[in-house]
Design a protein around this ligand. Sequence first.
Ligand SMILES: O=Nc1c(NC[C@H](O)[C@H](O)[C@H](O)CO)[nH]c(=O)[nH]c1=O
Length: 192
Amino acid sequence: MASSLKGPTPQQHDGSALRIGIVHARWNSTIIEPLLKGTKDKLLACGVKEKNIVVESVPGSWELPIAVKSMYSASQVQASSAGGGSAGDLLASSTTDLTALSSSTASAPFDAIIAIGVLIKGETMHFEYISDAVSHGLMRTQLDLGIPVIFGVLTVLSDEQAKARAGLLSGSHNHGEDWGSAAVELGVKRGA
Ligand SMILES: O=Nc1c(NC[C@H](O)[C@H](O)[C@H](O)CO)[nH]c(=O)[nH]c1=O
């Protein structure tokens, strides 16, 4: 089957032994929600167990790098000590409590973490600065920590572009599916 001009050539990998973290921003939630669903549905379709998918949220994309680092660090601490907490969307509350995030993540280290955000260009340069900082921050985080951090941040110029990439327009593709696939592939290959 010819693959499209864009998007990676698909591969099949067994995610049944993986533990995947997802950190998502809450800005532009009407786009975030379908992206998050597409990501989770793909993880499940690849065999990742529901109990091994840990989801946390932060206010915006700017907070994604530190939240990924906190999620990773907490799981490392939990994995090295007895017991474990129960995962939950700790940061759904109005404040960002990274300490609480650290205590919420269940035990056992992650094989990959997916960072999801939606940045939409506005009238100012805010978009450019956040997009640049977050992309470099997430790249640095994965290289520093040695864990795959999947770049699930849309940096788009319009609401229509965002909807198209969340699979909300007729015939459009949900990019969350690509992020789920990438997390499974990198998680499997990392542990190989
Ligand atoms: O401004 N636009 C956006 C945004 N700003 C908030 C920022 O990420 C951060 O949460 C705050 O500056 C507080 O640190 N965050 C997004 O995810 N998407 C946007 O489109």
